[in-house]
Ligand binder design. Structure first.
Ligand code: DC
Length: 225
């Protein structure tokens, strides 16, 4: 069994690359952002201020998160309901980022993430996978790109999904969220000292995937077979 950690800011293409890596290597892809999004969704549903640490913490006992894989695709259940794309709304991104700065929320989601990696070979994407969740991961990659490149990709992705937004709004939200994720006190979104930094601003999705696969195969004999 082996573990691959892919961290980095939003829109760097972490989930696209991680999904393809999982399919190529036949391992499990874990999208940890979806867990924070699920908590954020619940907090919005309950009408609690997303920055109110005490109020959000008080909600946690009412949350039961389940993860199931159907044809290799991760489905996250909130108290038994599959939230599907509802957690991808731009508003939920801001909720997810805000609640992810609350230590009790991070502690609440820790075991769910580690448990999956204990019983499966995984490629896990997030912000603190290489630093906190899987500090002994076999490969750690910090994937990044310029904020313009990332916002452009995210804008096109949202537009394709029919979400009504503008490039400027996406860029502004993204920069705000990344700053908050990077500068928070607990598990800030920074590269682990032993992570390989990969800037894919000028790479196509295919080139980005090849670069990541190369790094993995160099470090994990099992994946090179
Ligand atoms: O990867 P994403 O955009 O779906 O993540 C949504 C938010 O969740 C992100 O702004 C920060 C937070 N997050 C985190 O703090 N730690 C993770 N491992 C994954 C996501």
């Amino acid at each position: 069994m082996y573990q691959i950690a892919i961290d980095g800011p939003s829109g760097a293409g972490k989930s696209t690359v991680a999904k393809q890596v999982a399919a190529r290597l036949g391992i499990v892809y874990v999208d940890t952002g979806a867990l924070y999004r699920t908590v954020g969704y619940y907090v919005r549903e309950k009408g609690v201020d997303k920055h109110d640490a005490e109020g959000v913490t008080a909600l946690l006992p009412g949350i039961r998160i389940g993860i199931r894989y159907v044809d290799g695709v991760q489905h996250v259940f909130l108290n038994g309901t599959d939230l599907k794309d509802a957690i991808r709304e731009p508003e939920i991104s801001m909720y997810a980022s805000a609640v992810s700065a609350i230590p009790a929320v991070r502690a609440f989601l820790l075991d769910t993430q580690r448990d999956i990696a204990r019983s499966n070979s995984v490629v896990m994407d997030g912000r603190d996978i290489g630093t906190v969740i899987l500090p002994d991961a076999d490969v750690k990659i910090f994937l990044s790109a310029s904020s313009e490149a990332r916002a452009r990709r995210r804008y096109l992705e949202l537009k394709e999904k029919g979400v009504d937004t503008t490039f400027e709004d996406v860029l502004e939200d993204m920069e705000k969220r990344d700053r908050a994720d990077r500068e928070r006190d607990v598990a800030p979104a920074v590269a682990a000292p032993d992570a390989v930094l990969l800037d894919n601003s000028d790479l196509s999705p295919e080139e980005s995937l090849e670069a990541v696969l190369r790094l993995i195969r160099e470090r994990v004999p099992e994946a090179a077979k």
